[in-house]
Ligand binder design. Structure first.
Ligand SMILES: C[S@@+](CC[C@H](N)C(=O)[O-])C[C@H]1O[C@@H](n2cnc3c(N)ncnc32)[C@H](O)[C@@H]1O
Length: 347
């Protein structure tokens, strides 16, 4: 019923109510003027009632609209709360998800990426190691063949001091031994630092039937060991080891400790000088004095060999030797054999 009246009147009912009230007041005025006071009072009452209904209706309508707005707000708030609840639940579900959810998927992908890169690096490392191994094997092969060559050429029939560690490498010793064959009959070979090389050089002299070896040794123990090895091979008439303690010397403005002068200053006509001492532990550029101090004793065309030339100290020494002239004597760069640099003396 209410809906039917509303549908009929729509939003026009306040206007109609007010018109009705106006009409009732007009009727009341007319009635009062014509003497019908009771009818006038009734018409006025009707008019006032209509006004009251319009006012109450308007308030009710406003209250209804407000209620609708509030209801709408409550609904959207409820929806928002529900949405938040859904999100919270989704987060909780992802947290409880054993697979870890999307975040874990990202982290997982990154881990996978890192694992792939790790595998690639490991593979590269293995490849490099294999290459390095191949290179080392080639170097070792070169040393092994030099060793076999030395025994075949010189045929040591007793134990010689071992190669490795402090000793010059078989490749170096093989080249030195080969050079002995080209030296003059009265060849003088001088060595700075004794050991296995002294024995091999003496063996080379014996096999070539020429030359003698003088080794300067600052360390009594190693001097004695080399002497014993020479004696075992019956080489003590070909090679001598001189005890030459280190003493301070100034060469080219640099202070060094080098072999005591009385042990070498009478030497003349050196054809082959092998510089393999004093060891680096004695001081920086410990082998530098060899050329400046022995230059005058070197024969023209003599060979000078500097071991461990791959080291920075020895590389610097080689550069300095090549740059200087001592009493008109110069060194010309010849070749590198293994770790040893060879020079030729010119005047
Ligand atoms: C490089 S080594 C000389 C080695 C020698 N020219 C040779 O090839 O056998 C230099 C010095 O190291 C010392 N030395 C020799 N053998 C050694 C050893 N087994 N341990 C420690 N020092 C040694 C000696 O004083 C030697 O003069």
């Amino acid at each position: 019923m209410q809906r039917a009246i509303r549908a009929l009147l729509g939003s026009r009912w306040p206007l109609l109510g007010m018109l009705g009230a106006f009409a009732a007041v007009v009727v009341a005025v007319v009635m009062a003027a014509t003497g019908g006071l009771a009818q006038a009072a009734l018409a006025l009452l009707l008019g006032l009632t209509l006004i009251g209904l319009v006012v109450v209706g308007a308030s009710a309508r406003e209250a209804e609209q407000r209620a609708r707005r509030t209801e709408k707000q409550v609904r959207s708030l409820t929806e928002a709360i529900e949405a938040v609840g859904t999100s919270v639940q989704a987060v909780a579900e992802r947290q409880n998800d054993p697979s870890g959810g999307p975040l874990a998927a990202i982290i997982g992908a990154q881990r996978l990426d890192a694992a792939v890169r790790h595998d690639e690096l490991v593979a590269l490392h293995h490849e490099l190691r294999a290459d390095l191994h191949a290179t080392l094997t080639e170097r070792q092969l070169a040393e092994l063949s030099a060793l076999a060559n030395l025994y075949a050429m010189l045929g040591a029939d007793d134990e010689v001091p071992a190669f490795g560690g402090f000793a010059a490498s078989p490749r170096t010793v093989l080249r030195l031994a080969s050079l002995v064959r080209r030296l003059p009959a009265d060849a003088l070979i001088v060595e700075c630092g004794s050991g296995s090389s002294t024995v091999w050089l003496a063996l080379a002299c014996r096999r070539a039937g020429k030359g003698r070896v003088v080794a300067l040794e600052h360390h009594e123990l190693y001097a004695e060991r080399t002497r014993e090895a020479l004696a075992r091979h019956g080489l003590d008439d070909i090679a001598e080891v001189r005890d030459a303690p280190l003493e301070p010397v100034t060469v080219g403005g640099e202070k060094h400790d080098w072999y005591a002068a009385p042990q070498w200053n009478e030497l003349r006509g050196i054809d082959l000088l092998f510089v393999d001492g004093p060891p680096g532990s004695v001081g920086p550029r410990s082998r530098f004095p060899a050329f400046p101090l022995l230059a005058a004793a070197l024969d023209d065309g003599a060979i000078v060999a500097l071991d461990d030339a791959q080291r920075q100290d020895e590389a610097d020494i080689a550069a300095d030797w090549l740059a200087e002239t001592v009493d008109g004597i110069r060194l010309a760069d010849d070749e590198m054999v293994g770790r040893t640099r060879f020079f030729t003396v010119t005047r």
